[in-house]
Design a protein around this ligand. Structure first.
Ligand SMILES: [Zn+2]
Length: 241
């Protein structure tokens, strides 16, 4: 049933979850079907650096030195982008905030504009599934094209569709390395989850199964929370035409 709520103006959501949980694909579906703007930190950093903006040059200095970009600067870059964007229906953030400090910084900026983050959605998955998803990644040894044994198979096993090069597994995508990465991610994510939980804004979505199934679960949650209404549904219809 459609649920119209005139008080819903724009919804601001943070997607959280370990690598391999499918946050990127989920954010993309939120953009395509619900008209929510999708902001990914990695992409925004690359754009700012390419534009050689003042903030971009500051970020570049850390990246070039192989150092972590400080929380305050990450928040500044993201906030300036959010401020400049025409966000009519709202946005989903993916890959940001990554630490509790960033989450608190983001809240400070948005509180000033009285446009708080409505909720953080944690996409959960058992470790075994994450490992399976992450170790299915393959990359072309010649042109660098990405593949996945389950979701983006090459036409011929082990061979790149674009250049005929042989496909390989990155060292980062081998099970032992993946388990280490997941453990590290778990430790950094904990205070972040606690932060949103303590402010009453944490929800979870079961990330098992096909991405479409996960999206439908997410949609149910969004409706239940009153985060989307009839206008978002209409966007969905347009997007499908
Ligand atoms: Zn190739």
């Amino acid at each position: 049933m459609r649920h119209y709520n005139s008080s819903v103006s724009a919804v601001r959501i943070v997607l959280l979850g370990p690598p391999g949980a499918g946050k990127g694909s989920l954010a993309l579906l939120c953009e395509q079907r619900l008209g929510l703007a999708h902001l990914s930190t990695g992409e925004i950093f690359r754009q700012e650096i390419a534009r050689r903006s003042v903030l971009g040059r500051r970020v570049q200095r850390y990246v070039a030195a192989g150092r972590l970009v400080p929380d305050a600067l990450v928040v500044q870059v993201m906030a300036s982008r959010l401020g400049a964007m025409k966000v009519r229906r709202g946005f989903v953030l993916d890959g940001f905030p990554r630490t509790q400090g960033q989450a608190a910084g983001l809240d400070q900026v948005l509180d000033r504009k009285r446009k708080p983050i409505d909720g953080a959605v944690y996409v959960t998955s058992p470790e075994a599934l994450l490992v399976r998803r992450l170790c299915g990644r393959r990359v072309c040894s010649r042109c660098g094209a990405n593949y996945h044994l389950r979701t983006m198979r090459p036409k011929h096993a082990g061979v790149c569709d674009h250049c005929g090069g042989s496909l390989m597994t990155r060292k980062d995508d081998q099970p032992a390395t993946i388990r280490k990465r997941l453990a590290l991610d778990h430790r950094t994510a904990k205070p972040l989850l606690t932060y949103y939980k303590n402010t009453g804004r944490l929800s979870t979505v079961d990330g098992r199964g096909h991405i479409e199934t996960v999206f439908q679960r997410t949609l149910t949650l969004f409706r239940h929370r009153g985060w989307i209404d009839g206008r978002h549904d209409r966007t969905q219809v347009h997007a499908r035409n």
